[in-house]
Design a protein around this ligand. Structure first.
Ligand code: NAD
Length: 329
């Protein structure tokens, strides 16, 4: 593992994926010198001893330099983001992450960084290729001609291209993964930024706790998605950073389910059956999306493979423990 000999900073480390990434890098013997997030430290999902944990707003150019200086590898995961309910209603905020990505790239160049990782998203894909729940999985080339998710997806696509041009023009080695719906413990499950897997767990637990055996589902429940468990995400992220793949690459599960099937899984874990109420006016995103993993298989002979049922059981258990702790207070 090349990373073992390098000094690493993780940006967005107070968030869901960033927090897990720091832990996994440390477990792999990597020298994580710094972890950065805009949130105050007591709001981070995870912090680690022996790491300089900094609360900094990375939209600010000088703060980016503080983050990058003295390191050799940057994992740039900081972004103002959330599930569909958040990104459909906060397009300007999502696009302002362009400041963070731009300033981190500039700071990385000035600091002489060896490799830069950028967390892009499946939201960069052309919407016209995602109108049918009966999906053809998205290949990397399907991002063009460009028609990404408004706001959030456009920002990600722009920042992907900036990574590419920093590599071409300035020789900064940049690696870009397009994450497809990541889920797991120690992430957002309430407050408006949560994504479908965590939201479903929370709603099922609320129904169990209240005895009101109903669940609201956004859309008609027939929309399809794939969901990647966090352990596959952190593993793939490190492998992509270490690879020679100099084009954006899918990092996602190819286990396709409908939202109704996702609810079936959570009900099964909870041992309950709920009456489903479909909110057709709620934000629901594209009708169908899956990750084509031909490219990652070609480069690595590997793809995310943790079964949704297994990952959801762990996610449900963590969210339930958090909600029970709150009830007890
Ligand atoms: P998250 O919201 O839990 O983590 C992002 C972190 O970035 C947050 O802790 C937030 O406080 C921090 N941040 C936001 N603005 C900042 C700023 N100006 N300065 C410093 N920190 C700032 O989200 P996540 O799920 O962990 O996502 C991590 C990355 O992966 C993001 O770039 C996201 O767009 C991308 N991604 C995630 C998913 C997913 O399903 N979770 C899918 C595709 C892409």
């Amino acid at each position: 593992m090349k990373l073992k000999n390098e000094k690493v900073v993780v940006c967005g480390a107070g968030g869901f994926i960033g927090g897990h990434l720091v832990k996994d890098l440390l477990a792999n013997g990597v020298n994580v010198v710094r972890a950065v997030d805009i949130k105050p430290l007591d709001e981070w999902y995870q912090t680690s001893d022996g790491v300089e944990n900094l609360s900094l707003d990375l939209r600010d150019r000088a703060n980016c330099q503080t983050a990058a200086d003295g390191t050799e590898v940057v994992f740039q995961l900081a972004a103002d983001m959330g599930g569909m309910g958040f990104i459909e209603n906060n397009k300007a905020l999502c696009m302002l992450s362009v400041l963070t990505n731009t300033h981190m790239l500039m700071a990385a160049r000035q600091a002489g960084i060896e490799r830069f990782f950028f967390s892009s998203s499946a939201c960069v894909y052309n919407g016209e290729k995602q109108t049918n729940p009966d999906v053809v999985a998205l290949k990397e080339e399907d991002a063009y001609p460009a028609l990404p998710e408004d706001g959030y997806g456009w920002e990600k696509l722009f920042s992907e291209r900036m990574c590419r041009h920093f590599e071409e023009d300035y020789g900064l080695t940049a690696r870009v993964a397009r994450y497809h719906n990541v889920y797991g413990p120690l992430g957002t499950y309430e407050g408006g930024r949560e994504k479908a897997p965590a939201a479903m767990c929370r709603k099922v637990i609320e129904a169990k706790q209240s005895g009101k055996h109903e669940i609201e589902i956004w859309g008609d429940g027939h929309q399809t998605r794939s969901f990647m468990y966090i352990d596959d995400c952190t593993k793939g992220t490190q492998a992509i950073l270490e690879s020679d793949i100099d084009e954006p690459i899918n990092l996602g599960s190819s286990e396709l389910v409908t939202i109704n099937q996702l609810v079936d899984i959570v009900e099964d874990i909870a041992g309950i059956k709920l009456e489903r109420k479909y909110n057709l006016g709620a934000p629901k995103g594209v009708n169908g999306r899956n990750s084509d993993n031909t490219l990652i298989q070609k480069y690595m002979g590997w793809e995310p493979s943790i079964k949704l049922r297994d990952g959801m059981a762990k996610t449900y258990a963590w969210i339930e423990s958090q909600m029970l702790a709150t009830v007890g207070k």
